[in-house]
Design a protein around this ligand. Structure first.
Ligand code: SAM
Length: 264
């Protein structure tokens, strides 16, 4: 095991060990002195150290106490601020803005952490993450593809995203079973995030993709009647995966301006 630490599965610990890949990830992040950088899950420091070398200061959020103790031993608190605990519960709002969030994310919490961070989008400059390639493919997927779903719509509503490059299992110790990928996210300008009720957007998108094979007439019956589909110019026989983000946002605007007895 790397540096005498026994990797903990429950914390999704797969440590980067390939120097070329580490260089490539840090080059993609392109840290600069003065950046307000926060790394989720620094682990044994594979990214932390080159990030620190290129910036004046770094925040890290780590859950594993053994790893926290190592980080404390190795780094001057003037340069590395360690936040001990669960990144899912961490208030990123306390760090200020514009935040640059990075990390080789623990795979077992990748989707909830993306949703948690989406809540801070207005404070974020950009985010660069390593995730399972399958998750990155879902994030950037286009309508009418198998990978397109709730994660695609909800994140594409808030962020411009790009899958940068793949990382093979051999780049980690221990090696995970699947291929990973680096994804870059940049919040869209507030003027483009025009949904009138984001909680409702979430409920509608969850329903539309909950039963992928069913028509919108079926999955969205709680909210939309025939006349609503006509007014929106959306075919009720279509399935959720055929609609773009803008179509879901239009549904919410329509519902916000026309209240039905059955609508929530
Ligand atoms: N950055 C290191 C690297 O690239 O080698 C470690 C990456 S490892 C995939 C994930 C890291 O996230 C581990 O250090 C793990 O302890 C930490 N972690 C797991 N769950 C976490 C959570 N809920 N909050 C904060 N850190 C967490």
């Amino acid at each position: 095991m790397p540096q005498g630490h026994i990797a903990r599965k429950r914390f999704g610990q797969n440590f980067l060990s390939d120097a070329n890949i580490i260089r490539k990830i840090v080059a993609a992040i392109a840290p600069r002195p003065g950046d307000l950088l926060v790394e989720i899950g620094p682990g044994l420091g594979a990214l932390t150290e080159p990030l620190l070398a290129a910036s004046e200061h770094l925040h890290v959020v780590e859950i594993d106490r053994d790893l926290i103790a190592r980080l404390k031993e190795k780094h001057d608190p003037a340069h590395l601020t360690i936040h001990e605990g669960d990144a899912l519960k961490f208030d990123f709002g306390t760090l200020g803005s514009p935040l640059r969030v990075v990390g080789n994310l623990p795979y077992n919490i990748s989707t909830p952490i993306l949703f948690h961070l989406a809540g801070y989008a207005d404070q974020v400059r950009d985010m660069t993450f390593m995730l399972q390639k399958e998750v990155v493919d879902r994030m950037v997927a286009e309508p009418d593809t198998e990978a397109y779903g709730r994660l695609s719509v909800m994140l594409q509503y808030r962020f411009n995203m790009a899958s940068l490059f793949d990382v093979p299992p051999g780049a980690f110790r221990p090696a995970p079973k699947v291929t990973s990928a680096i994804v870059y996210l940049q919040p869209k300008p507030a003027a483009e995030c025009v949904c009138t009720d984001e909680a409702l957007l979430g409920r509608i998108v969850t329903a539309a993709f909950g039963q992928r094979r069913k028509t919108l007439r079926n999955t969205l019956r709680e909210w939309l009647k025939e006349e609503d589909f006509v007014a929106l110019g959306i075919d009720p026989q279509a399935r959720g995966e055929t609609l773009g983000v803008a179509d879901y946002v239009r549904m919410v605007s329509h519902l916000s301006s026309h209240t039905h007895s059955g609508a929530m």
